[in-house]
Design a protein around this ligand. Sequence first.
Ligand SMILES: [Zn+2]
Length: 92
Amino acid sequence: MGITRTRRNQLIWQVAALATQSYSDVAIAEHLGINRDTVARYRRATQPDQEDRPIPHGTPGGYTHHGCRCDPCTAANRENCRRTRAARKETP
Ligand SMILES: [Zn+2]
């Protein structure tokens, strides 16, 4: 809290600019005076496709977002659908 959306946007683009110059998260965090975890989050926000993130197998997200059809992902998706249906049934 205490940080405006404008300020946040400025930080995100500063992080992106520094990240393209091969600064580490720690260096950027020190430079901007913000938390290292925040830097990591902002950096990912501006470079979503930079690295192939590992698919979280065994989660509905692995199935729906990554299109994975391995057994754990399929099972998780089936379970998720089942829960969603059950929840819908309970609401009048
Ligand atoms: Zn999978």
